[in-house]
Design a protein around this ligand. Structure first.
Ligand code: GLU
Length: 421
């Protein structure tokens, strides 16, 4: 095995490229299409001034990367975090291309990011940052061009500001320019919980595939934001036992199962999971190595690396986050025969419901939550089966199967559209 420094190992763009190369080779992808798909088609970097609450002026850096628009408009979230980098946004944009193709929805892949710490900014500062960032990108966004959504550090309020700013520039209300909006502004019912819901569906499917029962299935979730908390809540409702939750500021463990609604309430009131009385405080990193049936990372990249992969004691790794596992760790997981439900499949419930939101906005006709959930469950179940069957038929692991399936679909469209000269 190639030895890499951790710095290289954990560069998300390099991780994406390594999987792409491997899958493209297996597919015998022709060289021209290979070159097209191995680079993002457009990268926008903006540095923009914002007046802060104390009267000073700050300059922020924002990115929007459109990896591919071959299958439809660019689609993907916007991340607000202090350590956002171009390589990270590039990787996230390309993962969106593959993710949309895995679940076969008519979108390309894009992602945005602003270097800022939303925890340290007031609502009014966040609003000004969001509106100015949107204005900087105005000609690149649109329901037929590129449709942002929430990601880490952004939420439905952020999407409402983007929708309003875009609409002011267009001189008309254009709600299909973003997804993940509040329901009364054209958001879809079920969107907030959709990534968590999709994760719970693929967990059910993984158990069926491995002939394991839900009863007694212990789950450890890393990250308790929108994705992790909804996944934990929905899995607990289905009868899974959530024995551990880890967050950036601590871990919680209760072998009898953590009361997830109570923990959600605790976090709402205190903005942290620490101090929760219904579980024992444990080391957040060690918790990932506790014995369990399902480990569900639901925060950010590079959580499972060469440093801890060998210590994992789960049977299933279900990736709620984007890029939580490095390629070096993948090989260790394969040796340990851990069943991986890869990110571009596992967490696709969010963007799938974003697609439903975009469709509803363009129709001006809104579905019930039951309709949204039923369509989401159907797509997640079918996509899971497609990937597993592909892996079996081509003797590759689940991650490479998901990449191959996705690359093949995007390559097909790219070839069919032809190269414009
Ligand atoms: N940020 C989410 C993701 O990584 C959702 C993207 C979207 O709905 O467009 O999949």
């Amino acid at each position: 095995m190639e030895t890499l420094t951790l710095e290289h190992e954990t560069n998300p763009w390099e991780a994406q490229a390594a999987r792409f190369e491997f899958a493209a080779k297996k597919l015998n992808l022709d060289r021209g299409i290979w070159k097209v798909l191995s680079q993002p088609s457009r990268e926008i970097i903006v540095h923009f001034p914002v007046a802060m609450d104390d009267g000073t002026v700050e300059v922020f850096t924002g990115y929007r990367v459109q990896h591919s628009v071959a299958r439809g408009p660019g689609k993907g979230g916007i991340r607000y975090a202090p350590d956002v980098s171009l390589d990270e946004v590039r990787a996230l944009a390309s993962w969106m291309t593959w993710k949309c193709a895995v679940v076969n929805i008519p979108f390309g892949g894009a992602k945005g990011g602003v270097i800022c710490d939303p925890r340290k900014l007031s609502q009014t500062e966040l609003e000004r940052i969001t509106r100015r960032y949107t204005a900087e990108l105005i000609e690149f966004l649109g329901p037929e061009k590129d449709v942002p959504a929430p990601d880490m550090g952004t939420d439905e309020q952020t999407m409402a500001w983007i929708m309003d700013t875009y609409s002011m520039h267009m001189r008309q209300t254009v709600n299909a320019v973003v997804t993940g909006k509040p329901v009364n502004l054209g958001g879809s019912r079920g969107r907030t919980a959709a990534t968590g819901r999709g994760l719970s569906v693929v967990c059910d499917e993984a158990l069926k595939t491995l002939s394991m029962p839900v009863a007694g299935c212990r789950v450890i979730v890393q990250g308790f934001g929108n994705v992790g908390s909804n996944a934990a809540r929905l899995l607990a409702e289905k009868g899974y036992t959530i024995i551990g939750i880890s967050e950036y500021d601590g871990g919680l463990f209760n072998p009898d199962g953590i009361d997830i609604p109570a923990l959600i309430e605790h976090k709402k009131n205190t903005r942290t999971i620490t101090g929760f009385v219904g579980a024992k405080a444990v080391d957040k990193g060690e918790l990932l190595t506790y014995p369990c049936e399902i480990l569900l990372p639901a925060a950010t990249e590079n959580v499972i690396t060469s440093r801890n992969a060998a210590q994992l004691r789960c049977k299933i790794l279900c990736e709620g986050a984007n890029g939580p596992t490095t390629p070096v760790a993948d090989e260790i997981l394969a040796d340990k025969k851990i069943f991986v439900v890869p990110d571009i499949l596992a967490n696709a419930g969010g963007v799938t419901t974003s697609y439903f939101e975009w469709v509803q906005d363009r129709m001006g006709y809104f579905w019930t939550e039951a309709e949204v959930n039923q369509r989401l469950d159907h797509i997640m179940t079918e996509s899971f089966r497609d990937v597993i069957t592909y892996a079996q038929n081509h003797s590759v692991n689940n991650r490479i199967a998901a990449y191959m399936l996705a690359i093949d679909r995007v390559a097909y469209t790219t070839r069919q559209r032809g190269i414009y000269a």
